[in-house]
Ligand binder design. Sequence first.
Ligand SMILES: Cc1cc2nc3c(=O)[nH]c(=O)nc-3n(C[C@H](O)[C@H](O)[C@H](O)COP(=O)(O)OP(=O)(O)OC[C@H]3O[C@@H](n4cnc5c(N)ncnc54)[C@H](O)[C@@H]3O)c2cc1C
Length: 398
Amino acid sequence: MSKTKYSAFKVLKEALTGHKGWEPAWRDAEPKADGYDVIIVGGGGHGLATAYYLAKNHGITNIAVLEKGWIGGGNVGRNTTIIRSNYLLPGNEPFYEMSMQLWENLEQDLNYNAMVSQRGIMNLIHSDAQRDAFMRRGNAMLFADAGCEYLNKKEVKERYPFLDMDNARFPIQGALAQPRGGTVRHDAVAWGYARGASDLGVDIIQNCEVTGFNIENGKCLGVQTTKGDIKAGRVGVCVAGSSSRVMAKAGINLPIESHVLQAFVTEGLKPVMDNVITFGAGHFYCSQLTKAASSLAVISMHTTPMRNVVTYLLWKMCVLAVWRLCLWLVVLDCCVCGAASWTCLWTAHRLLTRLTFKNCSLMAVGVMAALRQHLPVVIAMRIYWQPTSLMKLQQLSV
Ligand SMILES: Cc1cc2nc3c(=O)[nH]c(=O)nc-3n(C[C@H](O)[C@H](O)[C@H](O)COP(=O)(O)OP(=O)(O)OC[C@H]3O[C@@H](n4cnc5c(N)ncnc54)[C@H](O)[C@@H]3O)c2cc1C
C-alpha cells in the first residue's frame, strides 16, 4: 500500500533529494487463487470509482479491477475533460449535480491532484427560441442548486471580445453559464481513484482481458481472463464502448450501439480562453487545458538542471550561514587563545583575498582552523567545495 501523503512539502523534499522517496501510486496485483467478493471489469473512471466507493463507503475490500490494457487507457484518459451539471431533466440534473459535488471534494478525498478547475462553462445562445429553451434549463439548474448565470450579448462580448458576435448565420445573442463547471485532468482522475482503491486493499490487475463469464444455473460465478479463470461473488462490468461486446459473452444482448466520438487537440497555444465555450447550434466546444502550464511546473522540479539550481541556491544559503558562524567562532577562539594566531590567520586571509585567490584564502582559513582543531570550520570547508562542484555540474547540464 502507498503510505506516501502527497503535499507541496513532499514534492519539494523529493526534488531536493533525487526523487528516491516516491512509492508506486498503486500495487500492480496478480489474481488471487481463491477469487474475490467482487470483480469489476474495466479499469476506467467508472470501474475504479466503483471499486473505491465500494471499499470506502461499504467496507467491501476483497475486490479486483480487471483491465485489459492499462489504467486510464480508455475513454477516461482521452476525453475533453469537461465537468458540469447544466442539465434540464429531473432524471439527469440531480445525478450530474451529485457528480459535481464529488468533483469539488475529489482531490482532498483522494489526496491526489486531479487538476479540478472550476473555470466555468458557457453555452452560447444563437436565436430567440434557443434563449427560451436555455432559460427553462437555467431554471431547472437553479431548482437543483447547480447555480447558473444568464449573460446578455454585451456581457458575452465584454468577456470574450474574440468571438464572432454578428455572424450572419449564427449571431451570438447571449449565453447560459455555469460558473461551477470546468475541467479536470482526465487520466489523473483514473490514477487518483486507482491509488485510493489500492490503498483500501483493492487489487488492480492490468493487462488482464475478460474473455468470458463462468455462469451456472443463471448465476455468474466468475470470469475467464487472459490470466486464467478468476472466481467472484459478484461481477460488475464498466467497459463503456465495449459494453455490448463484453455483455454478449455473458449471453446478454444490450440495446446499445457504440459510436466513435473524437476530440481534436491543437498544438500548445498561449492562454486566451479561461472558460469552456460551447457553440449552441451544434456539438462543438472549445477549452484550453491547464495541462501544459501545470506540467511545466512539475517538469521544473523533475529536470536535472533545474533541480541543481534549486539545490545549489539552498545549499549556498546554508553554507554561507554556517561559514559566517564558523568565522565568528574562529574570531572568538582567537580572542580567547591569543592574539598571535588570530593576527596570523587574518593576515593570510587578507593577503590572499587581495590577490583575488578567494578560494585559496578560504582554504587557508580552513587549514589553519583545522590545525587549531576547529571542527565546524573544517565541516564548513567541506560543504563549501561541494556546491562549487555542483555549480560546475549545473553549467554542464544547462
Ligand atoms: C472524445 C471524447 C470526449 C469526451 N468528453 C467528455 C467530457 O468532456 N466530459 C465528460 O464528462 N465525459 C466526456 N466523455 C465521456 C467520458 O470520457 C466517458 O463517459 C468515461 O470516460 C467512461 O468511463 P468508463 O470507465 O466507463 O470507460 P473507459 O474509461 O473507456 O474504461 C473502460 C475500460 O474497460 C476496458 N475494457 C474493455 N473491454 C475489456 C475487457 N474485455 N476486459 C477488461 N477490460 C476491458 C478498456 O480497456 C477501458 O480501459 C468523452 C468521451 C470521448 C470519447
